[in-house]
Design a protein around this ligand. Structure first.
Ligand code: NAD
Length: 264
């Protein structure tokens, strides 16, 4: 249902972003991927998304800490094709008590997890409104809804992106109509998802003499009542659904995929 549409997924050389890019490709979209990595990792990501069914896949290497690189990327993408789907997914994490968070980590986390979405949305939403169709999906986190210790910059960035998305959802709520599909802006809020991002937190919980599975169990037991990890494709399925025409009246929402974490 996305054939002829073009999507950008930031941070799609790994993890959840790669899963989302692949799922959008499988639904027929041309996909712009973005993210850091070795030449080999980037080539692998392009091949994965192509194999999933994308007519066209291009990689844009912008470092999202840099507003000028984001502006250049958005200009290049718009010269290729106007964007119908924008998924702000790139994100980093640094766990440490607030008093010990390096200032550089604060700046990088706010830049990548929050400010980059402001810049990409500013470059994309007016065109979506003109065309009457657009989907912005921001990958926030349960940490956009509730807090945990040792994650001050991350929790601040994720609460921020939920606020940003609510404003954009309101400003574009009346764009387009039922037939064109409208313009929506939403957040998906995952709990634990199996990706490289959470590996240090798994490793930190492996008891003496234990293995990685023990670390995963300990991590889930703290917060996620289902005691099951999500996989990137589980998050991607929600993103794909939000892109459907039937989702035209879901906007400004923050949808948890968290095994009951935020129901407690
Ligand atoms: P990941 O580490 O597997 O992937 C992160 C992606 O972001 C990579 O493609 C990386 O290259 C890219 N990236 C990092 N810094 C960048 C920069 N400066 N410029 C451009 N790209 C950059 O992580 P993931 O777990 O797939 O996380 C994806 C999103 O999901 C993040 O926003 C994260 O906060 C969110 N999230 C993850 C979990 C989880 O449990 N894994 C839970 C909730 C929310």
């Amino acid at each position: 249902f996305l054939s002829g549409r073009t999507a950008l997924v930031t941070g799609s050389t790994s993890g959840i972003g790669l899963g989302i890019a692949s799922a959008l490709a499988a639904a027929g979209a041309n996909v712009a991927i973005n993210g850091l990595g070795s030449d080999e990792q980037i080539a692998q990501a392009i091949a994965t998304v192509k194999a999933a069914g994308a007519a066209e896949v291009r990689h844009f290497g912008a470092d999202l800490r840099d507003a000028q690189q984001i502006a250049d990327m958005m200009a290049a993408i718009n010269a290729w094709s106007p964007l119908d789907v924008l998924v702000n997914n790139a994100g980093i994490q640094h766990a440490a008590p607030l008093a010990q968070q390096p200032v550089q980590k604060w700046n990088d986390i706010i830049a990548i997890n929050l400010s980059s979405a402001f810049h990409t949305m500013q470059a994309t939403l007016p065109g979506m409104a003109e065309r009457g169709f657009g989907r912005v999906v921001n990958i926030a986190s349960v940490h956009g809804l509730v807090a945990s210790k040792d994650k001050a910059p991350y929790v601040a960035s994720k609460h921020g992106i939920i606020g940003l998305s609510k404003v954009a959802g309101l400003e574009y709520a009346a764009a387009g109509d039922r037939a064109s599909g409208g313009v929506t802006v939403n957040c998906v809020c995952p709990g634990w998802v199996e990706t490289p991002l959470i590996e240090p937190q798994i490793q930190a919980r492996i008891p003496a003499g234990g293995n990685r599975d023990d670390g995963v169990r300990a991590l889930l037991a703290e917060k996620q009542p289902s005691l099951r990890m999500s996989l990137p494709e589980d998050i991607a399925a929600m993103v794909v659904w939000l892109c459907r025409r039937e989702a035209h009246n879901v906007t400004g929402a923050s949808l948890p995929v968290d095994g009951g974490w935020t129901a407690q």
